[in-house]
Design a binder for this molecule. Structure first.
Ligand code: ZN
Length: 424
């Protein structure tokens, strides 16, 4: 059984000890002591950074980790290595992550009754496997379905596992399934993925718009989510769908993993006008730290060419069946392993945070890693590297309060607001 050390307590004690011992060392004279006082200063700085990170409620609002649970044997209670895996229970604690959203991701396929059933089963399989893994490891993690649950887990020094659903395909035009998934703990739905579905148009469907935004079923889904207290996730959906959602949703919305289009021109990212509209509605954009959404991709690289070939081979990720899905992810992982992409770094990702802050203030930005679904930076390979993002924010002059807002405060505000509106 793994015991977690209460890191917050230890680091506060160390900081206190350092503060006590520093004046003693500064009494000594000479060059050597100047050096040692400088060293003390820098270790005090790094401890202070660590404390700021640990005191923030750190929430990663999007990972695709549940896919690992159904693509073969994967034990969340064991520590793994990036790039093959970027999230597991021990590393969540090592990175001082308070909560993570596990997305139940299904790729969009042709809307046939057979495929609807398959997507529904797949989503439930991921959900059940995640719940079972949580149940097996109560000393490390706990299921969280509310902001209060997240804070309780943090107080018990456990990582909170929250559930989201990426792509509303498994709803299969059956509105009652929104509540069915809510009842099982799902707290957001990313309305679409890379292709159009019954709910709305996607930002990346090669065929273009089908509904001209949100469909009438999509409007009913948003209303039902508002009623239940589920967050509407606008990541992946088309610009028109985005504005339609803002118009019909009674509650503020989230972009669980989207970056800034002005800095990386991808249709999946949000334009400045969209970020402003999202903020006016009280919502939050969670910057997605996936290379291709942070910096324009090097289209001449072998990695890019091979991944593009793979995407086209499998019709924009529309797998034929379960076997093919497993094959695609195996090929995807092996391309990234043998032809590793040149990834942008944390500084480039924090540029996106800076941009949002300059545009709409500190209250509307957070982080959604997309780990285990393509996310990762050259110097942020898994959740244990999150403190480095905090270091970069501190270096750029963000205060502890600002950082607490970015890491989770802003997102929790939206989550609470969504709950409050549902209770009216
Ligand atoms: Zn995604």
């Amino acid at each position: 059984m793994i015991q977690f050390i209460p890191l917050r307590v230890i680091s506060l004690m160390m900081l206190l000890l350092l503060a006590i011992t520093m004046p003693l060392t500064s009494c000594k004279s000479g060059k050597q002591n100047n050096n040692s006082s400088k060293q003390n200063e820098s270790s005090a700085d790094s401890l202070q950074n660590q404390t700021i990170h640990q005191q923030a409620v750190v929430i990663d609002t999007h990972t695709d980790t549940p896919m690992k649970l159904i693509n073969g044997y994967f034990n969340l209670a064991e520590r793994h290595q990036a790039p093959d895996s970027r999230v597991d229970f021990p590393r969540l604690r090592a990175g001082d992550v308070d909560a993570v959203f596990f997305a139940l991701y299904t790729g969009q396929r042709k809307r046939t009754s057979e495929n609807y059933l398959q997507a529904y089963n797949l989503a439930n399989q991921m959900l059940d496997s995640t719940l079972a893994a949580i149940k097996r490891n109560p000393q490390m993690v706990t299921l969280a379905t509310s902001p209060a649950d997240i804070l309780n887990a943090s107080a018990q020094n456990k990582a909170a596992i929250c559930l989201g659903m990426e792509n509303g395909f498994p709803l299969a035009k059956d509105i009652t399934r929104v509540k069915a998934f809510y009842d099982k703990g799902v707290r957001y739905i990313t309305l679409s993925h890379s292709s159009n579905n019954d709910i709305c148009d996607s930002s990346t469907d090669k065929k273009g718009a089908e509904h001209n935004g949100l469909s009438s079923f999509g409007k009913a889904v948003v209303a039902e989510m508002n009623r239940l207290g589920m967050m509407v996730d606008v990541s992946h959906i088309s610009d028109k769908s985005f504005y339609d959602v803002l118009e019909v949703s009674k509650a503020p919305v989230i972009a669980s993993h989207s970056s800034v289009r002005a800095l990386c021109n991808h249709p999946r990212n949000l334009s400045d006008d969209m970020i402003k509209a999202l903020a006016v509605k009280g919502g939050v954009i969670q910057i997605c730290i996936l290379g291709g959404y942070i910096a324009d991709e090097d289209t001449g690289s072998v990695n890019y060419r091979k991944l593009e070939e793979l995407r086209l081979k499998y019709n924009n990720w529309q797998y034929k069946d379960d076997e093919e899905r497993k094959k695609v992810w195996k090929e995807y992982d092996s391309i990234n392993k043998f032809y590793p992409p040149v990834l942008p770094d944390i500084a480039r990702a924090v540029d996106h945070i800076d941009h949002v802050v300059k545009l709409v203030g500190i209250d509307h930005v957070g982080i959604g890693s997309d780990f285990d679904g393509g996310g990762g930076l050259s110097d942020c390979r898994d959740v244990t590297d999150f403190p480095k993002i905090t270091d970069e924010l501190i270096q750029r002059g963000y205060s502890a309060d600002d950082i607490a807002k970015i890491w989770g405060g802003n997102f929790l505000r939206v989550f609470r607001e969504v709950e409050k509106i549902a209770a009216l």
